[in-house]
Design a protein around this ligand. Structure first.
Ligand code: UDP
Ligand code: MG
Length: 316
C-alpha cells in the first residue's frame, strides 16, 4: 500500500459524495496502491449511509464509524491508526483543502521530507471572526509553547510512515495532531495554498469546540500557564518591598506611618507569599503533567546500520 487518505467526517452527508469523487480522481494514478479512509465521527445525519453508498462503487474506500462524537482530532487519530499506507495524506471532508495538492506534496516527499504540510496563504469565504481568532490562536500558541508549531497550518498534510508511527507512539489523550507532528521532528516543509470556502454544509467548529481545541493545544505543548502565579508573585513581592521602605521611612522620620500604607503592605506581602506558593505547586504539577504524558524521549530518524543488526533498539 502506497498512500492512505484519511478524512474525519461529522455530519458531512452533503460533502461525502463530492469528496469521494474528487479523491478518486486524485488517487487514480496510484490505482490499487491507494486507500481512502473515511471516519464517521458519530454523525447524527446520513453521513454513514453516504459513506456506505460511496463504498459500493469505490473499492478503495473504507469507512470507519466511531461509536459517538469524539471530536475532530480523535476521529483523525482513529483514521491514522487504521491507515496502512507508506505515505498518509489527511484533509477535511468539506474540500476546503484542495486534494489536488497531493501531487506536489508527493514530489516534495520524494525529495526526502517526512512531513509536507499545507500553509494557508489566504482563507476564502470565512468570517472575519474565524480569521481573526485563528490568526491570534497561532501566534499565542507559538508565544507560549516550547516548540515551533508552523503558523496558519491545519491538519492538511502528507506524512511518511516514519513520522506517523512516531506520532502514534505518543500516548496522550488530549490530541493536538498538528502540534504532535511538529514536536515529533523529522524533516518538515510547508507548501502554500489558498484555502477555499466550505463547499457544502456548515462549519462543525462552533465557538465551544474552538475554545476546547485552543485550550487543548496550548496546554498540550506548554506548562507556561502554570508558571503565571510565579511571575505574579514576583511583582507582588517587589511591590510590597517598596511599601515596606515607605512605611519604614515614615516610621523613622515621623514616628508614625499612615494606616492605609501598613494595610497595603500586609496585603501585598501575603498575596505575594501565597502566589509564590501556588507557583511552586504549579511547577511541580507541570512536571507531573509532562511525566504523565509519558512521551517517548526520542525517535530515531535514520540509522547507518539496519534494524536487524540492532535488535535491542526500536527504530521508528
Ligand atoms: N469534524 C469531526 N468531528 C467534529 C468536528 C469536525 O470529525 O467534532 C470534521 C469535519 O467533518 C471536517 C473537519 O473535522 O471534516 C474540519 O471541520 P470543519 O471544516 O467544520 O472546520 P473549519 O474548517 O470550519 O475549521
Ligand atoms: Mg472546514
Amino acid at each position: 500500500m502506497l498512500i492512505s487518505v484519511v478524512v474525519p467526517c461529522m455530519n458531512e452527508e452533503a460533502s461525502v459524495p463530492y469528496l469521494v469523487e474528487r479523491l478518486t480522481q486524485t488517487i487514480a494514478p496510484y490505482g490499487a496502491r491507494a486507500e481512502i479512509l473515511l471516519v464517521d465521527d458519530g454523525s447524527s445525519d446520513d453521513t454513514w449511509a453516504e459513506i456506505q453508498r460511496a463504498g459500493q462503487s469505490c473499492p478503495q474506500l473504507r469507512g470507519i464509524r466511531l461509536s459517538a462524537n469524539r471530536g475532530h482530532q480523535v476521529a483523525l487519530t482513529a483514521g491514522l491508526e487504521a491507515a496502512k499506507g507508506e505515505r498518509i495524506f489527511m484533509l477535511d471532508a468539506d474540500l476546503q483543502d484542495p486534494p489536488e495538492l497531493l501531487g506536489d506534496m508527493m514530489g516534495m516527499m520524494d525529495r526526502g521530507y517526512d512531513v509536507v504540510y499545507g500553509r494557508r496563504k489566504e482563507r476564502q469565504g470565512e468570517t472575519v471572526f474565524k480569521r481573526a481568532t485563528a490568526w491570534m490562536f497561532y501566534r499565542a500558541l507559538n508565544a507560549m509553547s516550547d516548540i515551533e508549531i508552523p503558523r496558519d497550518t491545519g491538519d492538511f498534510r502528507l506524512v511518511s510512515r516514519k513520522a506517523l508511527d512516531a506520532v502514534l507512539s505518543m500516548p496522550e489523550r488530549a490530541r493536538f495532531v498538528r502540534g504532535m507532528f511538529a514536536w515529533a521532528g523529522f524533516s518538515q516543509v510547508g507548501i502554500e495554498y489558498t484555502r477555499a470556502p466550505r463547499e457544502l454544509g456548515e462549519t462543525k467548529y462552533p465557538l465551544r469546540k474552538m475554545m476546547r481545541f485552543a485550550v487543548d493545544a496550548m496546554t498540550a505543548f506548554s506548562t507556561k500557564p502554570l508558571k503565571f502565579a510565579t511571575r505574579m508573585s514576583f511583582a507582588s513581592l517587589a511591590f510590597s518591598f517598596l511599601m515596606m521602605i515607605y512605611v519604614m521611612h515614615s516610621l523613622i522620620v515621623y514616628q508614625t506611618a499612615p494606616g492605609w500604607a501598613s494595610v497595603v503592605l500586609v496585603i501585598s506581602l501575603f498575596s505575594g507569599v501565597q502566589l509564590l506558593t501556588l507557583g511552586i505547586l504549579g511547577e511541580y504539577i507541570g512536571r507531573l503533567y509532562v511525566e504523565a504524558k509519558n512521551r517517548p524521549l526520542y525517535f530515531v530518524s535514520e540509522d547507518t546500520r539496519s534494524a536487524e543488526t540492532l535488535p535491542l533498539r526500536k527504530v521508528v
